[in-house]
Design a binder for this molecule. Structure first.
Ligand SMILES: Cc1cc2nc3c(=O)[nH]c(=O)nc-3n(C[C@H](O)[C@H](O)[C@H](O)COP(=O)(O)OP(=O)(O)OC[C@H]3O[C@@H](n4cnc5c(N)ncnc54)[C@H](O)[C@@H]3O)c2cc1C
Length: 451
């Protein structure tokens, strides 16, 4: 904590917009929230600190969309539809996704992170969303539990936006936390570890392609046993849609004392970026020596920022729990589904996985998106109200899309009630979500049928 302070003089801030709905953050959740609200008739503004949309999908880069299906040995059954389908279709038209990949007891959909930026622009432009890039949501002004103004900073200076409803899709819950909503940083300050993501090109895919996830892990364990300090041996190496390129989710970024960095603290975040980059090149040298197909491979890209799995978990009217996730609980106010396992990136060389039963799924309650103490704010994406373990399931990208879509539509219903998100009739929200293709439940015959 700094001992010294300076006093910022009071000043009048120009109001640059008064949209019905303001979406803070343009990741998976923010894209879907903005599109859903806009196509339901609201005027929508979206603020994004980078110069492109996609958030973790494009700024960090991932191997594939997770959370699209519930999986049985015979079938992949979609649990996410709606705007995610449009997004995937647009990517497909540009050769930006490849066939689903099954691994362990799950499946993911490999995509091209660069095309995500273009396709997201197109989706928001098609709905007339007012997108302001390179703009940082800096603060909020509240009155009686209502966010009156969101203050932003960009190269032009400091400005205010006065929305009727705000959807916080910053991943870190910046708006809700600034507005005074309670939150937890992971579990008692311990979050999942972050990872710097990277891609290697010039991989001989024929040589590499036959290795299973367990074989890769065993090879890396041998390297660790011989004295190389790799932070993880259970890693994910995904073939990229471009031949010869592999996406690597391998690093695990920790402080010297072994604890995860607090990635909402700028000093710790800065150090985490440096540690992550060092690990990337450690893996490069190890893979070139020890992994079939990697002899001539090179790192061609590191995400623009470290990947943050978990930071602030905003406390809502209900916090999703791991018991609910694993038991496949379907709440009455469910507004999206997920079947992704609890995938916990905690201490140790291996990720801990806890799976739902084959073909099972759970519902995400609307109450997990309504932050305690705030009337005109919804939270969607990885910072919704969930326990540390439950968040390790609900955070994946397809699920974030589904939550964003629900929040966007809910915000428009809230407009009819002065922006009060607790006056939203959840049954009519659910009906409207279903009518636009969102999946809120699976019919029994869908779950039982085989290919
Ligand atoms: C290392 C790692 C690997 C992962 N692997 C996978 C995977 O393989 N598949 C998968 O589906 N999911 C994976 N995930 C999880 C998943 O990608 C994310 O949790 C999900 O995409 C989150 O989406 P979001 O929209 O909630 O948040 P984010 O993607 O974090 O988006 C938040 C957006 O808000 C912007 N923002 C933040 N603060 C501000 C501010 N103050 N002002 C303005 N803009 C702001 C950010 O720039 C960003 O664009 C992974 C996550 C990590 C970190």
């Amino acid at each position: 904590m700094m001992a010294n302070t300076v006093r910022e003089p009071a000043r009048d801030i120009p109001v640059i917009a008064e949209p019905d709905v303001l979406v803070a953050g343009g990741g998976a959740a923010g894209i879907a929230a903005a599109v859903a609200a806009s196509q339901a008739g609201a005027s929508v503004m979206l603020l994004e600190r980078w110069g492109f949309l996609g958030g973790t999908l494009s700024a960090v880069t991932l191997g594939g969309f997770c959370g699209v299906w519930t999986v049985t040995p015979e079938r992949l059954i979609p649990v996410v539809g709606g705007l995610f389908n449009e997004f995937a279709d647009r990517l497909k038209q540009r050769d930006g996704i490849t066939a689903p990949r099954r691994w362990m007891k799950v499946a993911s959909l490999p995509y091209d992170p660069t095309l995500v930026k273009l396709v997201s622009d197109e989706m928001l432009e098609a709905r007339g969303v007012d997108v302001l890039f390179h703009t940082w949501v800096a603060d909020v002004l509240t009155e009686d539990g209502r966010v009156d103004s969101v203050l932003l900073e960009n190269k032009g200076g400091r400005f205010a936006v006065r929305p009727r409803v705000v959807i916080d899709c910053t991943g870190d819950g910046d708006v809700a936390a600034r507005a005074g909503a309670p939150y937890e940083l992971g579990s008692g300050g311990i979050t999942q570890f972050g990872s710097s993501m990277f891609r290697m090109a010039n991989v001989d895919m024929q040589q590499f392609g036959t290795l299973s996830r367990d074989e890769i892990s065993q090879r890396l364990e041998t390297v660790v046993n011989e004295g190389t300090p790799l932070p993880r041996t259970m890693v994910a190496l995904y073939p990229h849609p471009i031949n010869g390129v592999v996406h690597l989710n391998a690093t695990k970024v920790a402080r010297n004392d072994g604890r995860p960095f607090d990635l909402t603290d700028p000093r710790e975040l800065s150090e985490a970026e440096r540690v992550g980059r060092r690990q990337v090149f450690l893996y490069e040298s190890v893979l070139r020596k020890h992994m079939p197909g990697f002899k001539d491979a090179r790192v061609v890209d590191i995400g623009a920022q470290i990947g943050i799995r978990e930071s602030r978990l905003i406390r809502g009217d209900h916090a999703l729990t791991a018991d609910e996730v694993l038991a496949g609980v379907k709440p009455e106010d469910g507004i999206a589904c997920s079947a992704w396992p609890v995938e916990l990136h905690g201490h140790g060389l291996k990720t801990v996985w806890k799976f739902l039963e084959d073909g099972e799924y759970y519902g995400i309650p609307y109450r997990a998106m309504t932050p305690v103490g705030l009337r005109n704010v919804l939270v969607a994406g990885r910072c919704i109200s969930a326990t540390h373990e439950a968040q390790a399931s609900v955070r994946v990208s397809a699920t974030a899309f589904a939550m964003g879509e629900a929040a966007g539509l809910a915000s428009v219903i809230a407009l009819q009630h002065g922006g009060d998100v607790r006056k939203v009739d959840v049954r009519s929200l659910q009906a409207r979500l279903r009518s636009q293709g969102a999946i809120l439940e699976l019919a029994e015959k869908q779950r039982e049928s085989t290919i």
